[in-house]
Design a binder for this molecule. Sequence first.
Ligand code: E4P
Length: 217
Amino acid sequence: MKFFVDTAEIDEIKELNDLGMVDGVTTNPSLIAKSGRDILEVTKEICSIVSGPVSAEVVALEADDMLAEGRKLAKIADNIAVKVPLTWAGLKTCKTLTDEGTMVNVTLCFSANQALLAAKAGATFISPFIGRLDDLNMDGLDLIEDIRTIYDNYGFETQVLAASIRSANHMSECAKIGADVATAPPKVIKAMANHVLTDKGLATFMADAEKAGIKIV
Ligand code: E4P
């Protein structure tokens, strides 16, 4: 499973990228706003750090305007994936940009039918939002599983990009289901390293090492 990092914070991206943990980056208008930076400028900087796909989202609602924005975003770098919402206008924009050779990430997906439409429109990535479904007492992971089944049934090449990930558990469950990509905030990726038995075992080893006076360098 590829790891995308869901942030527009340069320092966080660099830290994880240096560790080989970043196969791509996803941003959205809320994350760009949080960074306090100009979308074109910050996106260009991210693309210069990360070689994998960097999703940059349009902010228009009509297809013609989305297309103009998408074409402008695509010019930032070769690794841009234009992110469009899962609306009829977004699907139209997806089809045109895909035909032009631009990667497209169709976002705000909350149903298997929406994912089916995105695949038909040639999306490079479909982004089903797990956490926002969980927030409504629905099971976001069920959606990932349904989309995986449907895409495999028909050989769709659209990659399942599990999004709105809120916990380390979401990451391992997505990997078990077979999501192609999971995008998560840096803190979730870091939390994957944590285990209470690791902490406990390490404390014992450190105490024994000190008692025995073990020194290596
Ligand atoms: C990713 O593409 C989405 O922008 C992101 O995962 C949304 O996450 P949230 O529901 O935690 O805001």
